[in-house]
Design a binder for this molecule. Structure first.
Ligand code: NDP
Length: 374
């Protein structure tokens, strides 16, 4: 993993040097200047500062290490409710104390020019509040999946970002993984005819029964909200279409542990072209696969949704890609969108469309598997 070579310098100097090396490579490498050749000075692309909000498992073990591998952004600050975490992060990542916030003084981040992007990595029920507060502070936002607990929350988040002229993206890291990028191409390029069928499954056996993921008020739901959204995503980008209807059923084997949230859910999604997706998500067992059936061939990624070690084929031709942290590519892509203009490929709209499907699924479960229009 690449080490931060400026980590011994004060923050202001580090930021200056990062911008310099990024924007003016030739000068940094000492290329000779030829007499009479006009010197073209290009405005250096700004390396953007990210503040992680909520220093739990994902922020600590995936996002912060990935930020050491990014080219267009860096770890500039943290927001935490746990005082003891501050010293550890200062020591490990050399974060200036002025870039450390808690949930009470979070809104003061508006006055901090080191922070360009706020990355919300909190329990699901806090996504909307912190996205909206970050937008009001004038910061661009990355919000983890699921975007919110309801379509209404997603709409409010999108509206707040629009009103404050900041960009919003969702932590859909797989759009930047080369295996999934091959799948995304299938409905556009149709190398083996139209996509007719998708099978998406993602589940794992959840541990600690006291964790927030099993509390409805914090998680909004169970396996569907946590890992089922990857299957909804997979089905949507493998077909390149928006579903028109779903049928879903829930199965519980441990009604005590899963008293508040869904344990295992199977569902079907119907698409306008006639394509169908058959999906399963679970907190009771492991499954991890995305299979695409086309008119004249198949594609598959298995394991499909992990951080690394993905493997797959497109019509028996093996996928073979260099290893890169998905989260580094994802955050770099958003930084480039901010610097160059345009919208993130995983904008708030993507998160909202998934929540529309989620809401239809819960309605269908309530109606014992009745078909519900999306
Ligand atoms: P954790 O439970 O490990 O961490 C959540 C952190 O949020 C806590 O450590 C704490 O940080 C803060 N927090 C604030 N209020 C609460 C509260 N009431 N209860 C619990 N924690 C609180 O969760 P994860 O890191 O696994 O998940 C965080 C988010 O990231 C979720 O939305 C999840 O869906 C998403 N995620 C996305 C992944 C992906 O691949 N894209 C993978 C894993 C998670 P502090 O002590 O600093 O205040």
């Amino acid at each position: 993993m690449k080490k931060n070579s400026f980590s011994h310098l004060p923050a202001s100097r580090r930021k200056f040097l990062r911008q310099l090396t990024l924007g003016s490579g030739a000068l940094a490498f000492g290329a000779p200047l030829i007499a009479n050749t006009p010197l073209i000075i290009r405005k250096p692309a700004k390396k953007l500062g990210i503040a992680l909000v909520g220093l739990g498992n994902y922020a600590t073990n995936q996002l912060a290490p990935s930020l050491q591998d990014t080219e267009h952004c860096y770890l500039a600050g943290i927001v935490t409710g746990t005082k003891e975490k501050e010293a550890k992060w200062i020591e490990k990542y050399n974060i200036p104390t002025k870039n450390i916030y808690n949930y009470d003084n979070f809104d003061q981040i508006a006055n901090n020019d080191d922070i360009d992007i706020v990355y919300v990595v909190l329990p699901n029920s806090m996504h909307a509040e912190y996205t909206i507060r970050a937008a009001k502070a004038g910061k661009h936002v990355i919000c983890e999946k699921p975007m919110g607990l309801s379509v209404k929350e997603c709409e409010d988040m999108i509206a707040a970002c629009k009103a404050n002229k900041v960009k919003l993206s969702i932590g859909y890291r797989l759009h930047f993984d080369p295996h999934h990028m091959e799948i995304i191409k299938l409905p556009k390029e149709k190398p083996f005819g139209a996509v007719k069928y998708v099978n998406a499954e993602f589940g794992f056996r959840i541990g600690d029964p006291t964790q927030w993921r099993l509390r409805k008020n914090l998680a909004g739901g169970g396996a569907i909200m946590d890992v089922g959204v990857y299957c909804i995503q997979g089905a949507r980008y493998a077909t390149g279409e928006e579903p028109i209807a779903v049928t879903a059923r829930e199965f519980k084997t441990d009604p005590v542990k899963f008293a508040e949230v869904d344990e295992t859910v199977t569902w079907e999604m119907e698409f306008p072209s006639g394509a169908i997706a058959n999906c399963t998500t679970s907190y009771a067992f492991s499954t991890n696969r995305l299979h695409v059936g086309m008119e004249k061939g198949t594609a598959e990624v298995q394991p499909s949704y992990s951080y690394r070690g993905l493997a797959g084929h497109v019509n028996r031709k093996l996928m073979d890609f260099p290893v890169k942290r998905q989260q580094a590519s994802q955050m770099d892509n958003f930084a480039q969108v901010i610097n160059n203009g345009g919208e993130s490929e995983v904008s708030g709209q993507e998160g909202l469309l998934d929540l529309k499907v989620v809401e239809a699924m819960y309605k269908s479960i309530k109606k014992k598997g009745k078909r519900v229009k999306v």
